[in-house]
Write a protein that binds this ligand. Structure first.
Ligand SMILES: [Zn+2]
Length: 161
């Protein structure tokens, strides 16, 4: 499993960014045309305004499409909700969650807090932590209470284990 964002997703992201820029320029150009033709009610002026509205509309659609494309590029198809697949979504977002996790860790390290100690106290949900903190329980033959593996006597009834 790659921890980096795939090249395809990066390309998708930048295509989306390009679409937004082009869409924005198209959208803005409408107002430039409108101002330049202000007061000009000749047929050429009118048609350019109509053409301008069409351009603004196309520009808006391009900006929306660009935004969606960027989201797909950065979050992945599943991560952005295009494909409903929680497992893939988690994988798609992994580079970000890892990065955010890393950023939080950096911040806590800076404040002198050891995240691993806290994670162990909370009972960290990562597989690595559960593996190291896993405790084997022994069932008491007398009262069925669960006791730690190393205990010699039942914590509930005092029976020798
Ligand atoms: Zn017992």
């Amino acid at each position: 499993m790659s921890k980096e964002i795939s090249k395809e997703r990066k390309i998708t992201y930048y295509i989306g960014m390009g679409l937004i820029v082009i869409g924005f320029l198209l959208f803005i150009s409408n107002f430039v045309t409108f101002i330049m033709n202000f007061g000009n009610f000749s047929s050429t002026g009118f048609s350019s305004i109509v053409g301008g509205f069409a351009r603004a509309f196309i520009g808006m659609i391009m900006m929306i499409a660009g935004g969606i494309t960027m989201a797909i590029g950065s979050q992945g198809l599943a991560g952005s909700g295009v494909i409903l697949d929680p497992k893939r979504a988690r994988r798609d977002r992994a580079p970000f969650s890892k990065m955010y996790g890393g950023m939080v860790k950096d911040g806590l390290d800076g404040a002198g807090i050891n995240i691993n100690n806290i994670a162990e106290k909370i009972g960290g949900n990562s597989t690595k932590q559960t593996a190291t903190t896993e405790i084997i329980k022994i069932k008491c033959r007398a009262c069925s209470a669960l006791n730690n593996e190393k205990d010699n006597f039942c914590s509930s009834c005092g029976q020798k284990l």
